[in-house]
Design a protein around this ligand. Structure first.
Ligand code: HEC
Length: 239
């Protein structure tokens, strides 16, 4: 019994650790569609341009990503290869870990499987929940991840928002104090593309599995016809 209790509390630990970041924030659902290649390509572009400077996605190679998302090696080379020399390279962060540690007092985590550790709705809400906070070292805070060390890297798109809290300290809503270059709607769409890409990144084989699934279903459909005919043949003298 004691052992069981220890096991149970161990199993609950990581969950409790994550929950501490965002108990009070309501998460917004996001539509993930891995068959939407254009969305994945747009997400990849945002990721490579704005996230790889600090974070890595060290389990992914540029050419694998290009192949999966239908981007030619030429295009990968011309548009996505800022942080590496060769298309066969792993997606490493530009900023060395020690420098990041000195700047943010924590190393930005690898984002390869972040969409599995944090769910898509969490990521989507997180990327839209940065607000100005003069007390924070970076000048930014986040309602989903309070006191996060990451600055709002896309503020030029989203603009500056202020968070309004209720008297009991619970988050109420955001107010846009300085608009960015995108409308709220366009920014949300861009974040949906980015999260779509992060979901792909967390499990690249999913795309192949989807394609394989179609063939399996087709095979089963054809097989069903033959199986049915065979059954009819076998049973025809029984009745
Ligand atoms: C200027 C450096 C920097 C850039 C650029 C940056 N981040 Fe971060 N990010 C950080 C740091 C530092 C943390 C760790 C925050 C902490 O633990 O307090 C972090 C944390 C995160 C987390 C939370 C991870 C967790 O603990 O669950 C996510 C998700 C994330 N970043 C996503 C992104 C995405 C997506 C982009 C690109 C749009 C991006 N980051 C760009 C520095 C950066």
């Amino acid at each position: 019994m004691k052992k069981l209790l220890i096991l149970l509390s161990l199993a609950a630990m990581p969950v409790a650790g994550f929950a501490a970041g965002g108990e009070h924030a309501k998460l917004d659902a996001v539509k993930i569609d891995l068959s939407d290649k254009t969305s994945l390509q747009r997400g990849a572009r945002i990721f490579v341009n704005y996230c790889l400077s600090c974070h890595s996605a060290a389990y992914m190679r540029y050419n694998r990503m290009g192949k999966d998302l239908g981007i030619s090696e030429e295009l990968v080379k011309d548009n996505l290869l800022f942080a590496a020399d060769k298309v066969g390279d792993l997606m490493k962060a530009v900023m060395p870990a020690e420098e990041a540690k000195a700047a943010f007092s924590t190393v930005p985590p690898d984002l390869s499987v972040i969409a599995r550790a944090r769910k898509p709705a969490w990521l989507y809400t997180y990327m839209r929940s940065f607000y100005r906070d003069d007390k924070a070292p970076s000048g930014w805070n986040n309602t989903v991840f309070p006191h996060v060390a990451m600055p709002h890297v896309l503020y030029e798109w989203q603009g500056h928002q202020r968070a309004i809290f209720k008297q009991d300290g619970a988050f109420e809503r955001f107010e846009l104090v300085r608009p960015g270059s995108m409308s709220t709607e366009d920014y949300d769409k861009a974040m949906r593309d980015l999260i779509n890409f992060l979901v792909y990144l967390g499990e690249p084989a999913k795309l192949e599995r989807y394609q394989l699934g179609v063939w399996v279903l087709l095979f089963l459909a054809v097989f069903f016809v033959f199986a049915y005919l065979l059954k009819k043949e076998y049973w025809k003298d029984v009745h």
